[in-house]
Ligand binder design. Structure first.
Ligand SMILES: [Zn+2]
Length: 81
């Protein structure tokens, strides 16, 4: 797993602890989450086969790195990949 910044880890823990992560759909191939961010909701998807995470926020699309929404979803489902 790529190394996450301290800021992302802290924010992800906070989102998880505050109950901001909701699991919507869990299928054979993927899991969909909704994460309530500071100003808007974000959709997070985990591709089970590829073990890949995607989020619709700017941070994830700009940096191609895991954002706090993804990390919060990982914590929620105890997924470490
Ligand atoms: Zn995100």
């Amino acid at each position: 797993m790529e190394k996450l910044s301290k800021e992302i880890i802290e924010k992800g823990k906070y989102l998880m602890k505050e109950g901001k992560v909701k699991k919507d759909i869990d299928t054979e191939k993927r899991i969909h989450f909704t994460v309530q961010g500071d100003s808007e909701e974000h959709s997070v998807i985990y591709e089970k086969t590829e073990k890949e995470w995607k989020c619709d926020c700017k941070f994830n699309s700009l940096h191609q790195k895991r954002c706090s929404h993804i990390f919060a979803s990982m914590l929620k489902e105890r997924i470490r990949t």
